[in-house]
Design a protein around this ligand. Structure first.
Ligand code: T4K
Length: 387
């Protein structure tokens, strides 16, 4: 096999989609006319209504980003004490607990889905446990039925960090209806974005007013501050971007689905490249393209592959490595579970580029590079040792 060519431009793990500039500029007219830039403006209200429709979910609240949405959601539900969560996530999941003075209790993950393992949750429940905060990693749904049954039996809340899971459905049911609350991120790197932004979907409609107070300094009216709130409002320009993006998101998902199929087909027989299987009855959003590099079969470890891909100008990412519990700020937390699966997956994971600007040829080319790296590794280890 000849060495594949180096990409002329860097191939990042994602590249935000933007609607045509004229469309955005024309739509700005409304903001200029309204002179209403933030604080529950008309575009925000319209965005919330469109999202209710799109997600089939009634109770929603928009925020300036996903991290603050989650922080405020935890506060709104009055979560305290200990919360069982996954260490295989973006650090913001755990930060949201920390900012609420909640102790994160890390639970191991399922070796197939990479989501929190329901079999291991229950043994971590103590009298101080008030909730499970699970993450739909890469948009792949957690085992909602098992988690919901544990939570209802033990009388604790079930929250989801659904940052990756916009638009995902399981047996037709929107993922935003799972659990007591779910947080979605509309960050620029997400499949659906509003430059920055976050959304909470929640079961109890009575929470809405408190969440609105909490994101607006606690103001109930001009003179009453009901609680020490934060400032986590989504501005009108962000809402505008979100509104425009709604018209494109299905096309973006379809494009990614086609690219994901090419990756799966092309790398199906490459030794040591493991995919997370597509889940039955799930309408995926294909927001990430994770693979696991199994060093013993591939012939080289993930760190090697990650570095070597860069020589082809392919900038894969290690989402999520290190585990959150291994960051210096959380290392002092006692971890009772050895987290054996999470540690293994975190050392193997590599997320490959997937976004609307990639062509099928680009994906073939990325696969060529991976295969070439794999063959080099094998021939190197098969070569007789000279010393
Ligand atoms: N929970 C989970 C499970 C999450 O994954 C996240 C966020 C959150 C909570 C928190 O939600 P937010 O508060 O962010 O709404 C990125 C994102 O910044 C972060 O939002 C995301 N997860 C995380 C998984 O990925 P980085 O540090 O990897 O981002 P960065 O800047 O290196 O961007 C990645 C690639 O994207 C770059 O190589 C190039 C490309 N890119 C990025 C940006 C920002 C662009 O082409 N254009 C851009 O504007 O964290």
């Amino acid at each position: 096999m000849n060495k594949p060519k180096v990409f002329e431009t860097p191939q990042f793990v994602t590249r935000p989609f933007l609607p045509p500039r004229e469309e955005f500029c024309d739509a700005l007219e409304e903001i200029w006319t309204n002179r209403w830039l933030t604080n529950e403006g008309p575009l925000l209200r319209r965005f919330e209504e469109r999202l209710q429709h799109r997600l089939d979910t009634q109770n929603l609240a928009l925020f300036s980003n996903g991290t603050l949405a989650l922080q405020i959601g935890l506060q709104g539900l009055g979560i305290s004490g200990e919360v069982i969560t996954t260490p295989f996530t973006f650090v913001a999941t755990t930060h949201a607990l920390y900012w609420n003075k909640i102790r994160p209790v890390f639970c191991d993950i399922d070796p197939v889905t990479c989501n929190i393992d329901p079999d291991k949750v229950e043994e971590l429940i103590t009298p101080w446990t008030t909730a499970i905060l699970a993450v739909h990693v890469y948009g792949n749904p957690c085992d909602q039925d098992r988690l919901a049954s544990i939570c209802s039996r033990r009388g604790i809340f079930l929250l989801y960090d659904a940052a990756h899971a916009f638009g995902v459905r399981v047996k037709g049911e929107p993922i935003s209806n799972f659990g007591d609350m779910s947080m979605f991120s509309f960050h620029a790197t997400k499949l659906f974005h509003s430059f920055e932004g976050g959304l909470l979907a929640f079961k109890d409609s009575g929470l809405k007013s408190n969440l609105n107070y909490l994101k607006n300094f606690g103001f109930k009216n001009e003179t009453e501050v009901t609680m020490p709130g934060s400032n986590a409002k989504l501005s009108e320009i962000h809402a505008l971007m979100g509104l425009l993006m709604l018209d494109y998101v299905d096309t973006l998902i379809a494009k990614r689905k086609a690219l994901a199929e090419v990756y799966r087909e092309r790398l199906a027989d490459t030794p040591g490249v493991l995919f997370i299987p597509e889940m039955k009855d799930v309408q995926h959003n294909y927001c990430y393209m994770p693979v696991r590099i199994q060093a013993d079969l591939f012939g080289r470890d993930r760190e090697d592959v990650y570095a070597e891909l860069k020589t082809f100008n392919i900038h894969a990412r290690r989402y999520f490595y290190p585990l959150v519990c291994d960051y210096p700020c959380y290392r002092s937390l006692r971890v009772s579970d050895p987290l054996a699966v999470a540690r293994k997956v975190s050392k193997e994971i590599l997320t490959l580029p997937i976004h609307q600007d990639l062509s099928t040829d680009d994906v073939h080319h990325i696969c060529d590079a991976l295969e070439w790296i794999q063959k080099q590794g094998r021939s190197r280890s098969a070569a007789p040792q000279s010393r």
